[in-house]
Each structure stands twice: as C-alpha cells, then as structure tokens.
Write a protein that binds this ligand. Structure first.
Ligand code: ZN
Ligand code: ZN
Length: 336
C-alpha cells in the first residue's frame, strides 16, 4: 500500500474508529491517575486533538432545518456531533494542555479531552497552559466568555494572538473584564518567527487575507518534538495570500485548512471573483502535487453547514478520499 492508498484508507475510517462522546467521558471518569491516563491514550507523545471541524455558527446552525442540518442534529443525538473548528494541543507526559480557538461549542467540545489530568486541572480553574486565537470572528473567540465568572472561572491563563487581536479584545467587554479579573493574560506574538511556548512546543503566526472587520487573521504553525502542524481555518483565497500555498503546506507535516465550501451553489449571488473562501476542489487542485509527493497530510476543516462534504458517504467525500485528502473529524489525533 503506498502512502496515498494508506491515507485514503485512513480517511475512510475515522467514523468507524471515532469514539462517541459518551465513551470518551466514561473513560475519563474511570481514569484517576497519570498511569490510567497512559493506558487510556496509549501514547506519551504530544499530539493535537481535533475538537471541532465546522464553520463558526456550528452544525446544525440555529434555525436551519435543511436535511443536512437535521443530519447534524442526528449526529449530536448519537454522541458523534460536529463542533466549531478548534484544537487542543496535548502533552500527556507533562500534563500540559493548550486550546486553539475558543468556540461557542466550548462547553461540550472540551469533554473530548477525556483525560484525568485535564479534569483535575479544570477543577483547579487552570485547565490550559495557554489559549491561541486565530481571529475575531464569532466561532474563534466567543468561547472565552464561558471561561469567565459565569462559567469555569479560569485564572492566569495566557492568551496568545496578534497585537491587533489584543487591541480589539482588551478594548471591548467582556474580554477586557476577563483580563482585569486576572483570568486571562494577554501575550501578543509577532508574525513570522518561532516563539517558544514551552520546552516541547513552538509556534509561528502566519497572517492571512480574510474579512478583518475588527482585527487581523492568522494561521498557526505548531512545532512539537516530532512533527509540525499548520492550523488555518479561515482565508479568503490561496491566490490572495502573500505565501505560495504549496510551499507553505509542503513545509509542514500536517495542514488543517479552510474547507468552508465545496461549490458556488452553496453561495447564491456570489461569483468566482467574489468568493469569501477557497472552494474544496480549488484547494485540492492547488495542493494535489504536495499530497501526491507525500510532502504533507492535508486535512480539510471549518466546513459550512451547506457543505456536501459533511456527508460521510456522499460523492464529494469519495472524491476527497480518492485524491488523497482527508476531512477532519472530532477526536482525530495528530502527532506533534
Ligand atoms: Zn471561521
Ligand atoms: Zn473568519
């Protein structure tokens, strides 16, 4: 089996191996010690855990009763729901946890971090060693609100983002109040060079073109002891980026990329010149050679509720798999 066949098999499999939320939570409440945690995860190595895979407003979306959104409701009722795009970076041996984008689904998606040390740290109001935020659209930072007074009430937690994002959050409520109360601590990071977060994790911020009404937008490149991962959930188009997308993706081991839409049919009234996101077929065309060479794993995320690639058995998903690409799924674990 060559790499592409292997990836195709992998991409076809995640739902079979995807544990339901109920199973994950049961596992966490049984586990009581770091040794239990090791048994449960089977690894001590760092990894990124996919906490969410859909566009800012979730799946289903509020008041949306299309067949596809009803499928989204059915997934939630089976404990296999999709949440707004987000990651956790997990270092099991060090018992460190980072959150990448704080979404409106934060309450339920954090249950996917089914590890006893995470729960112990949450009880101490300090579950995360840091929170990374890509930009100021609702799916990417509103979840911070649930970590304040009325919710978890975290303390002393670094928030890593751009200077412009800090300016926006620190001059608006309730985010300013979170900082005043000492729940979060601003850590603006400069673009385009490595920042050491701890002895096992470095990060770079890559600015991307996007609708920047309030601040700016970045993708994060995380580098762990064994691999690097690009998380880039929102971009207007690959062509408008100041980086060459195939060079950028080939420079990392795994890329989780904006896959909001499959086709223009999902965007009535928009033209090809007026697209707010790259279409999945455009992304696959731009990166086919990178995937064929095995330079990087490309995983599609941030799917809109209109996107037919949400259908696990549809022709669009088969096309994605055939071409060697993957669709992100909650509970996916990506070695770092
Ligand atoms: Zn978004
Ligand atoms: Zn956005």
């Amino acid at each position: 089996m060559d790499r592409r066949d292997f990836l195709s098999a992998l991409a076809a499999a995640p739902l079979l191996s995807h544990p339901s939320l109920v199973d994950l939570v049961r596992g966490a409440s049984r586990a009581g010690t770091p040794a239990d945690m090791g048994l449960q995860t089977g690894v001590d190595e760092a990894y990124a855990l996919v906490l969410g895979t859909v566009q800012d407003a979730g799946f289903p979306q509020v008041g949306c009763y299309t067949d596809r959104c009803d499928q989204g409701r059915a997934l939630h009722s089976r404990g296999q729901g999709r949440f707004v795009s987000s990651l956790a970076v997990v270092q099991p041996a060090a018992e460190r946890f980072y959150l990448v984008d704080a979404t409106p689904d934060i309450t339920r998606q954090l249950d996917l971090i089914a590890l006893a040390p995470f729960r112990r740290r949450a009880a101490q109001r300090r579950p995360f060693d840091g929170i990374f935020l890509t930009h100021a659209h609702i799916g990417h930072y509103l979840g911070l609100a649930l970590l304040g007074n009325e919710g978890l009430g975290i303390r002393d937690t670094p928030v890593y983002c751009t200077e412009a994002m800090v300016d926006f959050l620190s001059s608006n409520q309730p985010w300013q109040y979170l900082a005043q109360q000492g729940r979060i601590v601003w850590h603006p990071l400069a673009l385009d060079h490595w920042h050491r977060i701890d002895e096992h994790l470095e990060v770079q911020l890559w600015k991307v073109p996007h609708r920047d009404e309030f601040a700016d937008t970045v993708g994060f490149v995380f580098r762990g002891p064994s691999a690097s991962l690009l998380f880039l959930p929102d971009i207007n188009s690959w062509g408008a980026w100041d980086r060459n997308v195939s060079h950028a993706v080939a420079s990392v081991d795994v890329a989780l990329l904006d896959a909001s839409f499959w086709s223009l049919e999902e965007l009535p009234g928009r033209s090809m010149d007026d697209l707010p996101h790259p279409l999945i077929p455009q992304t696959m065309d731009a990166l086919q050679a990178v995937v064929d060479r095995g330079d990087a794993r490309v995983i599609l995320t941030h799917l809109n509720n209109s996107n037919p690639a949400l259908d696990d058995n549809g022709p669009e998903r088969r096309e994605i798999t055939r071409r060697g690409f993957e669709v992100a799924r909650e509970g996916m674990r990506i070695p770092l």
